[in-house]
Design a protein around this ligand. Structure first.
Ligand SMILES: Cc1cc2nc3c(=O)[nH]c(=O)nc-3n(C[C@H](O)[C@H](O)[C@H](O)COP(=O)(O)OP(=O)(O)OC[C@H]3O[C@@H](n4cnc5c(N)ncnc54)[C@H](O)[C@@H]3O)c2cc1C
Length: 368
Protein backbone atom coordinates (compact mmCIF):
# COMPACT_ATOMS: atom_id res chain seq x y z
CA UNK A 1 0.00 0.00 0.00
CA UNK A 2 1.37 3.45 -0.70
CA UNK A 3 0.09 6.36 1.33
CA UNK A 4 1.08 10.00 1.28
CA UNK A 5 3.11 11.41 4.16
CA UNK A 6 0.34 12.98 6.30
CA UNK A 7 2.46 14.77 8.94
CA UNK A 8 6.11 14.39 9.88
CA UNK A 9 6.03 14.58 13.63
CA UNK A 10 3.83 15.25 16.59
CA UNK A 11 4.22 15.08 20.36
CA UNK A 12 1.27 12.74 21.12
CA UNK A 13 0.15 10.29 18.46
CA UNK A 14 -3.09 8.40 19.06
CA UNK A 15 -3.56 5.09 17.21
CA UNK A 16 -7.30 4.57 16.66
CA UNK A 17 -10.04 7.07 15.86
CA UNK A 18 -12.87 5.52 17.86
CA UNK A 19 -14.57 7.20 20.76
CA UNK A 20 -11.69 6.48 23.15
CA UNK A 21 -9.07 7.95 20.79
CA UNK A 22 -11.20 11.00 20.01
CA UNK A 23 -12.01 11.72 23.68
CA UNK A 24 -8.32 11.35 24.57
CA UNK A 25 -7.35 13.70 21.73
CA UNK A 26 -9.93 16.25 22.79
CA UNK A 27 -8.74 16.34 26.41
CA UNK A 28 -5.09 16.58 25.36
CA UNK A 29 -5.89 19.36 22.89
CA UNK A 30 -7.85 21.23 25.59
CA UNK A 31 -4.65 21.13 27.66
CA UNK A 32 -2.75 22.75 24.78
CA UNK A 33 -0.92 19.60 23.66
CA UNK A 34 0.32 18.85 20.15
CA UNK A 35 -1.77 15.78 19.20
CA UNK A 36 -2.79 13.81 16.10
CA UNK A 37 -4.96 10.74 15.51
CA UNK A 38 -4.28 8.02 12.95
CA UNK A 39 -7.06 5.61 11.96
CA UNK A 40 -6.81 2.54 9.73
CA UNK A 41 -10.29 3.00 8.28
CA UNK A 42 -12.76 5.84 8.77
CA UNK A 43 -13.00 7.80 12.01
CA UNK A 44 -15.55 6.36 14.45
CA UNK A 45 -16.98 3.61 12.26
CA UNK A 46 -16.14 0.56 14.39
CA UNK A 47 -17.39 -0.33 17.88
CA UNK A 48 -18.00 3.31 18.71
CA UNK A 49 -20.49 3.60 15.87
CA UNK A 50 -22.20 0.29 16.66
CA UNK A 51 -22.79 0.78 20.39
CA UNK A 52 -26.03 1.56 22.17
CA UNK A 53 -24.90 4.58 24.18
CA UNK A 54 -26.29 3.59 27.58
CA UNK A 55 -24.49 5.80 30.09
CA UNK A 56 -24.29 3.08 32.73
CA UNK A 57 -22.72 -0.35 32.95
CA UNK A 58 -25.41 -3.02 32.70
CA UNK A 59 -25.97 -4.35 36.26
CA UNK A 60 -23.34 -1.91 37.67
CA UNK A 61 -23.12 -3.68 41.04
CA UNK A 62 -21.56 -6.70 39.33
CA UNK A 63 -18.42 -4.73 38.46
CA UNK A 64 -15.32 -3.91 40.54
CA UNK A 65 -15.21 -0.47 42.18
CA UNK A 66 -12.57 0.60 39.64
CA UNK A 67 -15.27 0.44 36.95
CA UNK A 68 -17.83 2.25 39.11
CA UNK A 69 -15.41 5.11 39.80
CA UNK A 70 -14.88 5.76 36.07
CA UNK A 71 -18.61 5.44 35.37
CA UNK A 72 -19.66 7.89 38.09
CA UNK A 73 -17.10 10.47 36.96
CA UNK A 74 -18.42 10.36 33.38
CA UNK A 75 -22.10 10.16 34.30
CA UNK A 76 -21.81 13.41 36.21
CA UNK A 77 -20.04 15.27 33.40
CA UNK A 78 -21.54 13.92 30.16
CA UNK A 79 -24.64 16.19 30.11
CA UNK A 80 -22.57 19.40 30.19
CA UNK A 81 -19.93 18.01 27.84
CA UNK A 82 -22.56 17.02 25.26
CA UNK A 83 -24.19 20.44 25.56
CA UNK A 84 -20.81 22.08 25.00
CA UNK A 85 -20.06 19.87 21.97
CA UNK A 86 -23.49 20.66 20.47
CA UNK A 87 -22.94 24.40 20.92
CA UNK A 88 -19.43 24.23 19.41
CA UNK A 89 -20.19 22.01 16.44
CA UNK A 90 -23.95 22.08 15.74
CA UNK A 91 -24.02 18.28 16.17
CA UNK A 92 -26.07 17.27 19.20
CA UNK A 93 -24.99 13.92 20.73
CA UNK A 94 -28.54 13.78 22.17
CA UNK A 95 -27.66 13.03 25.78
CA UNK A 96 -30.89 12.57 27.66
CA UNK A 97 -31.99 11.06 30.90
CA UNK A 98 -34.18 8.13 30.00
CA UNK A 99 -33.67 5.92 33.07
CA UNK A 100 -33.03 2.19 33.19
CA UNK A 101 -35.62 -0.42 34.18
CA UNK A 102 -34.51 -3.91 35.15
CA UNK A 103 -37.51 -6.20 35.58
CA UNK A 104 -37.60 -9.55 37.25
CA UNK A 105 -34.23 -9.75 39.00
CA UNK A 106 -33.64 -12.51 41.55
CA UNK A 107 -33.98 -11.36 45.18
CA UNK A 108 -30.26 -11.69 45.98
CA UNK A 109 -29.40 -9.55 42.92
CA UNK A 110 -31.87 -6.91 44.06
CA UNK A 111 -30.23 -6.90 47.47
CA UNK A 112 -26.74 -6.50 45.96
CA UNK A 113 -28.00 -3.69 43.74
CA UNK A 114 -29.54 -1.77 46.63
CA UNK A 115 -26.40 -2.17 48.75
CA UNK A 116 -24.28 -0.93 45.85
CA UNK A 117 -26.64 2.03 45.40
CA UNK A 118 -26.27 2.96 49.06
CA UNK A 119 -22.49 2.63 48.98
CA UNK A 120 -22.05 4.89 45.93
CA UNK A 121 -25.02 7.23 46.49
CA UNK A 122 -26.51 6.28 43.12
CA UNK A 123 -30.30 6.10 43.36
CA UNK A 124 -31.98 2.75 42.65
CA UNK A 125 -35.62 2.14 43.51
CA UNK A 126 -37.49 -1.13 43.79
CA UNK A 127 -40.91 -0.95 42.09
CA UNK A 128 -43.90 -3.32 41.80
CA UNK A 129 -45.72 -4.52 38.70
CA UNK A 130 -48.36 -1.78 39.00
CA UNK A 131 -45.81 1.04 38.88
CA UNK A 132 -43.93 -0.73 36.11
CA UNK A 133 -47.14 -0.87 34.04
CA UNK A 134 -47.74 2.82 34.70
CA UNK A 135 -44.24 3.75 33.59
CA UNK A 136 -44.18 1.52 30.50
CA UNK A 137 -47.61 0.22 29.39
CA UNK A 138 -46.15 -1.65 26.41
CA UNK A 139 -43.79 -3.83 28.44
CA UNK A 140 -44.80 -7.43 29.08
CA UNK A 141 -46.13 -7.87 32.63
CA UNK A 142 -43.37 -8.52 35.21
CA UNK A 143 -43.71 -9.04 38.98
CA UNK A 144 -41.21 -6.29 39.95
CA UNK A 145 -38.33 -4.20 38.71
CA UNK A 146 -35.40 -2.10 39.78
CA UNK A 147 -35.57 1.46 38.51
CA UNK A 148 -32.50 3.62 37.97
CA UNK A 149 -34.08 6.91 37.06
CA UNK A 150 -30.85 8.90 36.62
CA UNK A 151 -29.37 6.78 33.84
CA UNK A 152 -28.80 8.66 30.60
CA UNK A 153 -28.19 7.70 26.99
CA UNK A 154 -26.45 9.27 24.01
CA UNK A 155 -26.42 8.48 20.29
CA UNK A 156 -22.94 7.15 19.61
CA UNK A 157 -22.64 8.16 15.94
CA UNK A 158 -23.58 11.71 16.88
CA UNK A 159 -21.11 11.89 19.76
CA UNK A 160 -18.36 10.64 17.45
CA UNK A 161 -19.40 13.13 14.75
CA UNK A 162 -19.41 16.03 17.20
CA UNK A 163 -15.98 15.08 18.57
CA UNK A 164 -14.60 14.69 15.07
CA UNK A 165 -15.83 18.13 14.07
CA UNK A 166 -14.53 19.80 17.23
CA UNK A 167 -11.08 18.26 16.71
CA UNK A 168 -10.93 19.28 13.06
CA UNK A 169 -12.00 22.81 13.93
CA UNK A 170 -9.30 23.04 16.61
CA UNK A 171 -6.63 21.92 14.13
CA UNK A 172 -6.01 18.33 15.30
CA UNK A 173 -4.93 16.16 12.33
CA UNK A 174 -7.26 13.15 11.97
CA UNK A 175 -5.57 10.88 9.45
CA UNK A 176 -7.77 8.18 7.93
CA UNK A 177 -6.61 5.11 5.99
CA UNK A 178 -3.42 4.96 8.09
CA UNK A 179 -3.03 1.39 9.33
CA UNK A 180 -0.20 1.40 11.87
CA UNK A 181 1.77 -1.76 11.25
CA UNK A 182 4.72 -0.93 13.46
CA UNK A 183 5.44 1.13 16.54
CA UNK A 184 9.07 2.19 16.25
CA UNK A 185 11.25 1.88 19.34
CA UNK A 186 14.94 2.75 19.72
CA UNK A 187 17.07 2.67 22.88
CA UNK A 188 14.02 1.60 24.91
CA UNK A 189 11.97 4.67 23.84
CA UNK A 190 9.10 5.06 21.43
CA UNK A 191 10.07 7.05 18.32
CA UNK A 192 6.84 7.00 16.32
CA UNK A 193 4.82 4.73 14.06
CA UNK A 194 4.95 3.36 10.55
CA UNK A 195 2.19 2.51 8.10
CA UNK A 196 2.91 1.16 4.62
CA UNK A 197 6.49 2.47 4.81
CA UNK A 198 5.40 5.96 5.89
CA UNK A 199 6.78 7.08 9.23
CA UNK A 200 5.35 9.63 11.66
CA UNK A 201 7.64 10.59 14.56
CA UNK A 202 6.09 10.99 17.98
CA UNK A 203 7.41 11.39 21.52
CA UNK A 204 4.48 9.42 22.89
CA UNK A 205 2.22 6.89 21.21
CA UNK A 206 -1.19 6.20 22.76
CA UNK A 207 -2.87 2.96 21.70
CA UNK A 208 -6.65 3.46 21.56
CA UNK A 209 -7.19 0.75 18.95
CA UNK A 210 -10.20 -0.96 20.50
CA UNK A 211 -10.52 -4.68 19.73
CA UNK A 212 -7.28 -4.48 17.68
CA UNK A 213 -5.13 -3.05 20.50
CA UNK A 214 -3.29 -6.30 21.28
CA UNK A 215 -2.30 -6.66 17.60
CA UNK A 216 -0.94 -3.10 17.48
CA UNK A 217 1.60 -3.69 20.29
CA UNK A 218 2.37 -7.40 19.81
CA UNK A 219 5.46 -6.69 17.68
CA UNK A 220 7.02 -4.98 20.71
CA UNK A 221 6.60 -8.10 22.84
CA UNK A 222 3.83 -6.40 24.85
CA UNK A 223 0.85 -8.69 25.53
CA UNK A 224 -2.46 -6.94 26.22
CA UNK A 225 -5.39 -9.08 27.48
CA UNK A 226 -7.74 -7.57 24.87
CA UNK A 227 -9.70 -9.47 22.22
CA UNK A 228 -12.78 -8.84 20.08
CA UNK A 229 -16.27 -9.70 21.34
CA UNK A 230 -18.86 -9.28 18.63
CA UNK A 231 -22.18 -7.65 19.45
CA UNK A 232 -25.19 -7.55 17.12
CA UNK A 233 -28.14 -5.16 17.31
CA UNK A 234 -31.56 -4.76 15.70
CA UNK A 235 -33.24 -1.42 15.04
CA UNK A 236 -37.04 -1.12 15.04
CA UNK A 237 -38.80 1.87 13.55
CA UNK A 238 -41.45 2.36 16.25
CA UNK A 239 -43.51 5.47 16.98
CA UNK A 240 -42.19 8.14 19.38
CA UNK A 241 -43.26 7.40 22.96
CA UNK A 242 -44.02 3.70 22.39
CA UNK A 243 -41.31 3.11 25.00
CA UNK A 244 -39.62 5.87 27.00
CA UNK A 245 -37.11 4.11 29.22
CA UNK A 246 -34.19 1.78 28.61
CA UNK A 247 -35.24 -1.71 29.72
CA UNK A 248 -32.89 -4.59 30.52
CA UNK A 249 -33.78 -8.24 31.04
CA UNK A 250 -31.33 -11.11 31.25
CA UNK A 251 -28.55 -9.28 29.45
CA UNK A 252 -30.71 -7.97 26.58
CA UNK A 253 -32.04 -4.45 26.38
CA UNK A 254 -34.32 -2.06 24.52
CA UNK A 255 -33.12 1.53 24.03
CA UNK A 256 -35.79 3.98 22.85
CA UNK A 257 -34.52 6.99 20.89
CA UNK A 258 -36.28 10.35 20.83
CA UNK A 259 -37.46 9.82 17.22
CA UNK A 260 -39.25 6.56 18.13
CA UNK A 261 -36.58 4.18 16.94
CA UNK A 262 -35.80 1.34 19.35
CA UNK A 263 -32.48 -0.51 19.50
CA UNK A 264 -32.52 -4.10 20.64
CA UNK A 265 -29.20 -5.40 21.90
CA UNK A 266 -27.05 -7.21 22.06
CA UNK A 267 -25.34 -10.50 21.45
CA UNK A 268 -22.01 -11.50 22.99
CA UNK A 269 -20.04 -13.60 20.48
CA UNK A 270 -16.46 -14.77 20.30
CA UNK A 271 -16.05 -14.78 16.54
CA UNK A 272 -12.60 -13.24 16.11
CA UNK A 273 -12.64 -10.21 13.83
CA UNK A 274 -15.61 -11.48 11.80
CA UNK A 275 -18.34 -8.82 11.74
CA UNK A 276 -20.89 -10.70 9.65
CA UNK A 277 -24.50 -10.30 10.80
CA UNK A 278 -26.34 -13.58 11.30
CA UNK A 279 -29.86 -15.01 11.32
CA UNK A 280 -29.19 -16.72 14.66
CA UNK A 281 -28.39 -13.37 16.30
CA UNK A 282 -31.59 -11.93 14.87
CA UNK A 283 -33.52 -14.85 16.40
CA UNK A 284 -31.82 -14.31 19.76
CA UNK A 285 -32.72 -10.61 19.77
CA UNK A 286 -36.31 -11.31 18.66
CA UNK A 287 -36.52 -13.79 21.54
CA UNK A 288 -35.58 -10.95 23.90
CA UNK A 289 -38.27 -8.74 22.33
CA UNK A 290 -40.84 -11.50 22.95
CA UNK A 291 -39.87 -11.51 26.65
CA UNK A 292 -39.71 -7.73 27.04
CA UNK A 293 -42.24 -6.07 24.72
CA UNK A 294 -43.89 -8.45 22.20
CA UNK A 295 -45.98 -5.59 20.72
CA UNK A 296 -42.78 -4.14 19.32
CA UNK A 297 -42.88 -6.72 16.52
CA UNK A 298 -45.76 -4.82 14.87
CA UNK A 299 -43.11 -2.31 13.73
CA UNK A 300 -40.69 -2.68 10.87
CA UNK A 301 -37.11 -3.82 11.49
CA UNK A 302 -35.05 -1.14 9.83
CA UNK A 303 -31.56 -2.56 10.26
CA UNK A 304 -29.30 -5.16 11.82
CA UNK A 305 -25.62 -4.47 12.49
CA UNK A 306 -22.62 -5.63 14.46
CA UNK A 307 -19.56 -4.21 16.18
CA UNK A 308 -16.42 -5.58 17.81
CA UNK A 309 -16.11 -4.63 21.45
CA UNK A 310 -12.63 -4.45 22.96
CA UNK A 311 -13.16 -7.31 25.43
CA UNK A 312 -10.65 -7.64 28.23
CA UNK A 313 -10.01 -10.43 30.69
CA UNK A 314 -9.67 -7.85 33.45
CA UNK A 315 -13.21 -7.98 34.95
CA UNK A 316 -14.29 -5.11 32.70
CA UNK A 317 -11.57 -2.77 33.98
CA UNK A 318 -10.00 -0.90 31.05
CA UNK A 319 -6.23 -0.62 30.67
CA UNK A 320 -5.19 2.99 31.13
CA UNK A 321 -1.57 3.97 31.50
CA UNK A 322 1.96 3.24 30.47
CA UNK A 323 2.72 -0.20 28.99
CA UNK A 324 6.03 -1.53 27.62
CA UNK A 325 8.76 0.82 26.38
CA UNK A 326 9.03 4.40 27.55
CA UNK A 327 6.58 6.65 25.76
CA UNK A 328 4.02 3.92 24.99
CA UNK A 329 0.58 4.34 26.56
CA UNK A 330 -2.66 2.39 26.29
CA UNK A 331 -6.28 3.44 26.76
CA UNK A 332 -8.31 0.40 25.76
CA UNK A 333 -10.26 -2.70 26.79
CA UNK A 334 -13.51 -0.95 27.74
CA UNK A 335 -15.56 -3.97 26.60
CA UNK A 336 -19.33 -3.24 26.98
CA UNK A 337 -18.77 0.15 28.62
CA UNK A 338 -16.63 2.30 26.36
CA UNK A 339 -19.10 5.15 26.24
CA UNK A 340 -19.87 5.35 29.94
CA UNK A 341 -16.25 4.80 31.03
CA UNK A 342 -14.51 6.50 28.12
CA UNK A 343 -14.77 10.12 29.21
CA UNK A 344 -13.11 9.43 32.58
CA UNK A 345 -10.51 7.03 31.18
CA UNK A 346 -9.53 9.62 28.55
CA UNK A 347 -9.12 12.23 31.27
CA UNK A 348 -7.11 9.84 33.44
CA UNK A 349 -4.81 8.94 30.55
CA UNK A 350 -4.33 12.61 29.67
CA UNK A 351 -3.45 13.37 33.31
CA UNK A 352 -0.85 10.59 33.26
CA UNK A 353 0.83 11.55 29.98
CA UNK A 354 0.86 15.24 30.92
CA UNK A 355 2.22 14.56 34.41
CA UNK A 356 -0.81 16.20 36.07
CA UNK A 357 -2.47 15.17 39.33
CA UNK A 358 -4.72 12.28 38.18
CA UNK A 359 -8.49 12.46 38.72
CA UNK A 360 -8.33 9.13 40.54
CA UNK A 361 -5.83 6.51 41.65
CA UNK A 362 -4.50 5.02 38.38
CA UNK A 363 -3.24 1.78 39.97
CA UNK A 364 -6.24 -0.50 39.15
CA UNK A 365 -5.93 0.36 35.44
CA UNK A 366 -2.17 -0.12 35.07
CA UNK A 367 -0.03 -3.08 34.03
CA UNK A 368 0.60 -3.68 37.75
C1 LIG B 1 -23.42 -3.78 20.04
C2 LIG B 1 -22.66 -2.93 21.02
C3 LIG B 1 -23.36 -2.24 22.01
C4 LIG B 1 -22.67 -1.43 22.92
N1 LIG B 1 -23.38 -0.69 23.82
C5 LIG B 1 -22.73 0.12 24.69
C6 LIG B 1 -23.45 0.94 25.60
O1 LIG B 1 -24.69 0.98 25.60
N2 LIG B 1 -22.74 1.72 26.49
C7 LIG B 1 -21.37 1.73 26.51
O2 LIG B 1 -20.78 2.44 27.34
N3 LIG B 1 -20.66 0.98 25.62
C8 LIG B 1 -21.31 0.19 24.73
N4 LIG B 1 -20.60 -0.59 23.85
C9 LIG B 1 -19.14 -0.63 23.95
C10 LIG B 1 -18.48 0.55 23.31
O3 LIG B 1 -19.08 0.82 22.06
C11 LIG B 1 -16.99 0.27 23.15
O4 LIG B 1 -16.42 -0.08 24.40
C12 LIG B 1 -16.26 1.51 22.62
O5 LIG B 1 -16.85 1.95 21.42
C13 LIG B 1 -14.80 1.21 22.38
O6 LIG B 1 -14.25 2.32 21.77
P1 LIG B 1 -12.81 2.27 21.12
O7 LIG B 1 -12.48 3.62 20.63
O8 LIG B 1 -11.88 1.61 22.10
O9 LIG B 1 -12.97 1.20 19.94
P2 LIG B 1 -13.39 1.42 18.42
O10 LIG B 1 -14.55 2.28 18.28
O11 LIG B 1 -13.46 0.06 17.80
O12 LIG B 1 -12.17 2.21 17.83
C14 LIG B 1 -10.88 1.67 17.68
C15 LIG B 1 -10.34 2.21 16.38
O13 LIG B 1 -8.98 1.83 16.22
C16 LIG B 1 -8.74 1.63 14.84
N5 LIG B 1 -7.54 0.82 14.66
C17 LIG B 1 -7.37 -0.48 15.01
N6 LIG B 1 -6.14 -0.91 14.65
C18 LIG B 1 -5.52 0.15 14.07
C19 LIG B 1 -4.23 0.32 13.48
N7 LIG B 1 -3.33 -0.68 13.41
N8 LIG B 1 -3.91 1.54 12.95
C20 LIG B 1 -4.80 2.55 13.01
N9 LIG B 1 -6.04 2.43 13.53
C21 LIG B 1 -6.39 1.25 14.08
C22 LIG B 1 -10.02 0.91 14.39
O14 LIG B 1 -10.20 0.98 12.99
C23 LIG B 1 -11.10 1.65 15.18
O15 LIG B 1 -11.70 2.71 14.45
C24 LIG B 1 -21.26 -1.37 22.88
C25 LIG B 1 -20.56 -2.04 21.88
C26 LIG B 1 -21.26 -2.81 20.94
C27 LIG B 1 -20.50 -3.50 19.86
Amino acid sequence: MSIEQPINSVEFLIVGGGLIGLLTARILKDAGADVAVVEKGKIGKESSWAGGGIISPLYPWRYPDAVTRLALWGQERYPKFCEQLAAETGVDPEWRQSGLLMPNLPVDEQRSALEWAKQFGYPIESIDSHKLKMLEPHLKEQPSALWMESVGQIRNPRLVQALKRSLVESGVPLIEGFNVDEIIVANGRVQGVEAGGVRVSAKRVIVCSGAWSANVVRGLGVELPISPVKGQMLLFKATPGFLKRITLLEGHYLIPRRDGRILVGSTLENAGFNKEITASAKDELLGAVAELAPELTQFEIERQWSGLRPGSSNAGIPLVGSYGPEGLFVNSGHFRNGVVLGYASARLLADLVLGREPIMDPAPYSAG
